[in-house]
Design a protein around this ligand. Structure first.
Ligand SMILES: *Cc1c(COP(=O)(O)O)cnc(C)c1O
Length: 431
């Protein structure tokens, strides 16, 4: 047997002989104990990912606001809250979760293009750190709600930096022509408007240029554009206390090699310091990079359905997890590594790993060379981000259970749903 070896991009996930371990725990044993489909997360992996940001930000005023839409389990939020994090939220429901997990509203930034008046009121009353405002219409509405509520609304404008698409085509939210943010060219006017509205108090500037970004350059380009704006806005007499560089740092799913968070942050801070803004509080909103490689989805092989080789047919490995449990492959054609929890000897066959949902788009992985038998457990890797939070009940499938590993401890942090819960709020017609 070879020495235990960490899997790419996931130092906490180790192949130890035939056994796949997360943080030392035998994943097959966890799958048998709690049933499948099952999400398993490593608390240590999350905190190690956070530590990269924290090391680079040490000694300067800063706030890491975990973008909780990546994984909003209460125990995960509690982990980050206890580590000093704030949160980037995109709904009133997420604010409820932060508070239920013991998080501090004063460390919450509220993002999103469609905040309702009710959500604004809720966030004002809770006392959030700031609203990341994405349009002039939202500024007007927030001003009205703030005055009616009797709480001045702290405001940061989300600027769309329009970073050059030619050089960085993978950026999806920081370009002209998408719904996010206020166009760079309109930002100064929007700041003047915000400063003139009595219900608002301008506190900062914000951006978020996309997700699964694997290079430093788009961030540096964005920083220059943002800092240009800071100069203009402050020349207009509007002080900006904080600069928020958003989230979006990628992780390794297959062979991507994103910069370590520590490197990215240091490079950005060099620019901030060089431009003379080293005294400002610096915010980040990482989601995927804090939790993505800290989690796996475990699933059990139900049936093997080999294709007829004489017809060039595909081999289907039908598992008990589906697109409703993990949407990324079906939704984005995302490639996620799939590993057997117990490696078998033998000659691999090429399998399409598919779920039981009645959709041809219901697959977790295509053309994977594996030695599998019915009853085996498989792990879908890098499933800690945008996994459980995007799960649905399609096909009346109860959502998976979630387990959080904390050193040698194993905590069930979400029970599996029952089918009765799924229709508990439905009503039969009378008679
Ligand atoms: C989703 C989101 C993030 C986090 O993005 P990741 O790619 O998961 O790091 C940060 N800020 C905003 C406004 C977002 O919508």
């Amino acid at each position: 047997m070879s020495a235990p070896a960490a899997l790419p991009g996931a130092p906490h996930l180790v192949r130890d002989g035939a056994v796949l371990r997360l943080d030392g725990h035998d994943l097959a044993a966890l799958g048998r104990r709690f049933g499948t489909p099952l999400y398993v997360y490593s608390r240590r992996a999350m905190l190690d990912a956070l530590a990269g940001y924290q090391r680079a930000l040490q000694g300067r005023r800063h706030l890491v606001c975990y973008a909780m839409k990546a994984n909003s389990n209460l125990a995960v939020l509690q982990t980050f809250a206890q580590a000093g994090c704030g949160f980037d939220i995109v709904s009133g429901g997420e604010l409820d979760r932060v508070l239920a997990a013991g998080g501090d509203a004063a460390k919450v930034v509220f993002s999103g293009v469609g905040k309702t008046a009710a959500e604004m009121r809720q966030a004002l009353v809770a006392g959030v750190r700031c609203f990341n405002v994405e349009s002039e219409g939202e500024l007007e509405r927030l001003d009205e709600v703030a005055r009616a509520t009797g709480v001045r609304a702290p405001v940061s404008l989300r600027v769309n930096p329009d970073v050059d698409a030619g050089t960085h085509p993978y950026i999806s939210t920081g370009l002209k022509g998408n719904k996010f943010g206020i166009a760079h060219a309109d930002a100064l006017a929007a700041y003047r408007r915000a400063a003139a509205l009595p219900g608002l108090r301008v506190v900062g500037i914000d951006c978020h240029i996309g997700s699964q970004i694997t290079q430093v350059e788009p961030y540096l380009d964005t920083a220059e554009r943002m800092l240009d704006l800071v100069v203009q806005v402050e020349a207009a007499g509007i002080a900006l206390e904080h600069i928020d560089f958003g989230g979006g740092l990628g992780i390794t799913y297959t062979d991507e090699a994103p910069p370590p968070a520590e490197t990215l942050v240091r490079r950005l801070l060099e620019r901030v310091d060089a431009r003379g803004f080293g005294d400002r509080e610096i915010l980040f909103e990482p989601g995927r990079s804090l939790v993505g490689n800290a989690g796996v989805l475990l699933t059990e092989v139900q049936y093997l359905k080999p294709g007829r080789t004489d017809e060039g047919g595909r081999n289907f490995c039908i598992v008990d997890a589906a697109m409703n449990d993990l949407m990324r492959p079906a939704m984005y054609q995302a490639w996620m590594r799939i590993e057997p929890c117990r490696q078998r000897d033998g000659v691999p066959l090429r399998w399409d790993i598919v779920g039981p949902v009645c959709e041809s788009g219901d697959w977790l992985g295509r053309e994977r060379d594996l030695v599998v038998q019915a009853g085996d457990l498989l792990a879908v890797l890098s499933a800690g981000a945008y996994g459980m939070t995007m799960a649905s009940n399609y096909n009346t499938r109860p959502r998976a259970a979630e387990v959080l590993l904390d050193g040698t401890q194993v905590h069930l942090v979400r029970e599996r749903e029952s089918t009765a819960e799924l229709f508990a709020r439905e009503r039969l017609l009378p008679g």
